[in-house]
Design a protein around this ligand. Sequence first.
Ligand code: ATP
Ligand code: MG
Length: 577
Amino acid sequence: MKKYKEHVKKNIVCFILGPLFMILEASGEFILPFINANIINKGAANRDIPFIIQNGVIMLVIAIGMLATGVLGAFFAIRGAARAAAGVRRDVFAKIQTLSFSDIDRFSTGSLITRVTNDITQIQTFMQSLLRGFFRSPVMLIGALIMSFALSPDIAWVIFIVMPVLALATFLIIKTASPRYTVMQEHIDSLNTGVGESVTGIKVIKSFVREDFERKKFSKINNALMEKSIRALKVMILMQPVSALAVNVTTLAVVWTAGRQIMIGSMEVGTLTAFITYLSQVLTALNFLANIFLQGTRAAASDKRISEVLNTVPDITDENAKDYKIKSGSVEFKNVTFRYFKDAKKPVLDNISFKINSGETVGIIGSTGSGKTTLVSMIPRLYDADEGEVFVDGENVKGLLLSELRECVSVVLQKNTLFSGTIAENLRWGNEDAADGELEKVCRIACAHDFITSFPNGYNSEIGQGGTNLSGGQRQRLCIARALLKSPKIMIFDDSTSAVDTATDAEIRRGLGEKLPDITKIIIAQRISSVIDADRIIVLDDGKITGIGTHAELLKSCEAYREIYLSQTDDNDEEAV
Ligand SMILES: Nc1ncnc2c1ncn2[C@@H]1O[C@H](COP(=O)(O)OP(=O)(O)OP(=O)(O)O)[C@@H](O)[C@H]1O
Ligand SMILES: [Mg+2]
């Protein structure tokens, strides 16, 4: 509840005025039938026209007042709920930004999206109903009860028979529907994940002609959601008929009892009319409360899911970090072991130890899935080692401020992303204040300047979401330039030139070596040609280091390296060197 308190406080005016106006409106509801009864009983029965007009005018004024208070009440309720929900949404979004990679893996992206959107909307709807009905309904209920007893205690008791029956029926309906809503929510999660994946991967889907497969997969999720929604809603639709039945049966009982009293002259027709109106008000109020309760149970399920995000303690934090300024780009791994799934038997990285001096260029090579990406992810603490330590500039990375560490370690991720905006805007992710000259400098090193200036708008060309209107190699070069702009101490290239031709790849490496000699460069590559000139090459196989040395040394000493080398020279002489 703490998470709502702050936002309720901020919008306290709405949270007070909303219910207040709704209560005022409800007061009108139970005064009107009373006056109406008087008009029929006294005015109409005695043909007292001035009395009828006078009371009619009062009714009109009250009706207008109810309109005004009703509109104002609804306005403040909607405003309060929307503003508070927006506040919570902002909090959840901010929290997601602090989550570590493994936290995000655990929640799944689709589920996080549902939590920020759908779940918070549930809370908003509930808050809105609460503001509109939580005080109004009891006031209406009690008011109508008092008025009916005041009118005729002889028949008012009927209400006490129908109320518990209706309450029991409502309770049973909600009890059945509520868990079904939770299941429905989980299916919305799967739907979001599915849609997200298909839409992002639409090009791959098309190129593999997998549209049919995707359609079927989507149909399955969609049908499952549909069935679960029907399962939940078919219980809920009972609510309306059940309360209608209750109203009708009670009305019948009242008319039956009152009819006889009217015949013997102990009750007037106007009183009966008013009574029936009060009766339906009691039932409407009960119905509204039941609905709030139902929305409450749905909101509680959503609240739990929101809390899960908000209460996640990111497993990577820098709470105990010291304010240390990283001066050199040396890296050291000491007996590092890591598993993505902590209960997995075989580790993804197994007892890794090596040392890279500041300014060195180190290549990492190894078959796909051998753990190269995982290994370099430990340096900027995208993941934390389970055992062993990682040092940067001689300091354990766990003791450094994350901002400082990530400022100094620039990673060109294997799966890189550009954002919609201009090329210059994307580059400035690396450094907001970079001057145009600096942009050009890094783009020249990354061999991106020429293709950028070939666009009509140059650096101000718009790029589509994810960089859709660029070629794979162009995207990679922009990502390299963006990472360079951070002026890091350590640069990590994770297969960052895989889509760039060999000549350009070599030119980029030459540029890096000449222009940025002091930066430590770690280059993961599939092609031996990309790492052949490195000061040292680390060979990784199945999570273990099988060799460290220069190209020439490894050719002699490392069987795995020789195999990779031979496979590449056999297949394609040109690429190998
Ligand atoms: N986020 C993740 N969650 C769970 N397992 C993962 C995750 N990322 C990678 N793995 C697993 O860890 C192992 C090593 O993966 P990694 O990405 O480090 O390999 P890699 O050497 O970079 O491969 P490639 O050359 O194909 O990029 C693989 O078996 C992979 O299935
Ligand atoms: Mg990889």
